[in-house]
Design a protein around this ligand. Structure first.
Ligand code: NDP
Length: 451
């Protein structure tokens, strides 16, 4: 046992920090933690959890329309979401979750300090004027929305404020084409707002499979989201009843609310990192090795503050690897291959492994693509198509990429991710009996190569 106050002190009580701290305490370490915002961090308080609740809430208009088409006596033309009601219920749920986090940490024996942590030296942290010492320190401060520096940028909101809006605007512009922008475009459009999504690139979701990008864009457009591509914004002006966006081509666009989702930056400012000589990369993310060690060996960092794979389950995995290696005599490294991910757009995406372009760079491949009307919509009449795509390495027959856009695709992709992690081949897929009638069975019944 060290002479320090703690064996491990964690700065930041988000997904990665809480998991690392809680597990370390479970292995017998004396653990302290500090947080200057709400315990639970981005995912629970400002990201995944409230976002998914609003994704559910905003999907009911379509459900009501479908129900009407099936014969239910409901009138979709008058159905309206009380947004304020949903946000209040979401807030109550977040409070419940925050309370759960507090008791989880308490039960694990982790000391939680309410305040902002700043490194003083390699073993000392200042938490709003109180000094604590620790043998090892973990920086898990996450990330924060980052906006370009253009005139009028102070008028815009980010996903943080979007989740706390009390009333809905009539019209809204969402800037960006990444996860957050497409998810919120679906939420607000489903809630009845006229959404224009502005992207500087030719298409949404850079980095995703090209078929997936095109397919989601078509489906979002069918649902009423107006996507303006190859479009830049030079300035934002406040007008008497909203905002005027000055676009790169000289035209102007009027709207009631502007949300930016143009990426997130690691939260590394004013933490005392530079003073200690901790190496940061050009985006100010903390540079770590495979054991999450920074350039100061007893100081560690993981999760979004290291800006690698910015997903909650990755931060959780990293936290577990760190706790095992520091306090359970069980060093290991995290496997970053085949990390499945989902975009909770309307309709959602589920994705595992390589895109077609990535796979083609590695060798010869076979591609199987299927587009079909989900069975539910044969009776509802909704004009919606699902996309399913498999990418198979010709030499090994292994399935190296699996992508879906359509109802339940995140749930479906999670199951197939296990098969792909286990190295499943196309022959394994083909010899698996389908569950009928489902969309998921399409992945085990794709027989004809598309290319
Ligand atoms: P992303 O990095 O995913 O996307 C940023 C978007 O903003 C891109 O479309 C990019 O365009 C655009 N952009 C960047 N700079 C500018 C600029 N100066 N002007 C105009 N457009 C710009 O960031 P997000 O904010 O959407 O999400 C952050 C991270 O959070 C994600 O990477 C993801 O890891 C995580 N996340 C995961 C979710 C999930 O798993 N479901 C949900 C939400 C977030 P371009 O393509 O041209 O570069």
């Amino acid at each position: 046992m060290s002479d320090y106050d703690y064996d491990l002190f964690v700065i930041g009580a988000g997904s990665g920090g809480v998991r690392a701290g809680r597990m370390s305490a479970g292995f017998g370490a004396r653990v302290g933690m500090c947080e200057d915002m709400r315990v639970g961090g981005t995912c629970v308080m400002r990201g995944c959890v409230p976002k998914k609740l609003t994704v559910y809430g905003s999907s009911f208009h379509d459900e009501i329309e479908d129900a009407q088409a099936y014969g239910w006596s409901v009138d979709a033309s008058t159905a309206k979401l009380d947004w304020g009601h949903m946000i209040a219920k979401k807030d109550a749920e977040l409070q419940r979750l925050e309370d759960v986090y507090h008791s989880m940490l308490k039960n694990a024996g982790v000391d939680l300090l309410n305040g902002r942590g700043k490194l003083v030296d390699a073993h000392t942290v200042d938490v709003d004027g109180k000094t604590v010492t620790a043998d090892k320190i973990l920086v898990a401060t996450g990330g924060w929305p980052s906006n370009p520096d253009i005139p009028g940028i102070e008028h815009v909101i980010s996903s943080n404020e979007a989740l706390d809006l009390k009333v809905l605007p009539e019209r809204m512009v969402i800037v960006g084409g990444g996860y957050i922008a497409v998810e919120f475009a679906g939420v607000f459009s489903g809630a009845g707002v006229q959404v224009t999504e502005i992207i500087r690139a030719p298409n949404i979701l850079r980095g995703f499979d090209e078929d997936v990008r095109d397919h989601l864009r078509q489906e979002m457009t069918k649902k009423g989201v107006n996507i303006l591509s190859d479009t830049t914004i030079e300035a934002i002006e406040k007008t008497s009843d909203g905002y005027a966006l000055k676009l790169g081509d000289g035209s102007s666009l009027e709207t009631d609310l502007v949300m930016y989702a143009t990426g997130r930056s690691p939260k590394t400012a004013n933490l005392g990192l530079e003073e200690l000589g901790i190496e940061l990369d050009r985006k100010s993310a903390i540079v770590v090795n495979e054991q999450y060690q920074t350039s100061v060996p007893n100081i560690y960092a993981l999760g979004d503050v290291t800006d690698r794979v910015n997903l909650t389950p990755v931060a959780l995995g990293e936290g577990m690897v760190l706790a095992h290696s520091l306090f359970n005599n069980n060093p290991g490294v995290m496997d970053y291959d085949n990390i499945p991910s989902a975009v909770f757009s309307h309709p959602p995406i589920g994705s595992v492994g390589l895109t077609e372009d990535q796979a083609r760079e590695k060798g010869d491949i076979d591609v199987y693509v299927s587009r079909f009307k989900p069975m539910k919509h044969t009776l509802s009449g909704r004009d919606e198509q699902a996309l399913m795509k498999l990418i198979v390495d010709q030499k090994s027959d292994r399935v190296v990429g699996l992508h879906m856009v359509g109802p339940d695709s995140p749930e479906i992709a999670q199951g197939y991710a296990v098969a792909m992690k286990a190295g499943a081949t196309k022959a394994d897929f083909d010899s698996t009996v389908g569950i009928h009638p489902t969309a998921a069975e399409e992945f085990v019944t794709m027989r004809n190569k598309t290319r």
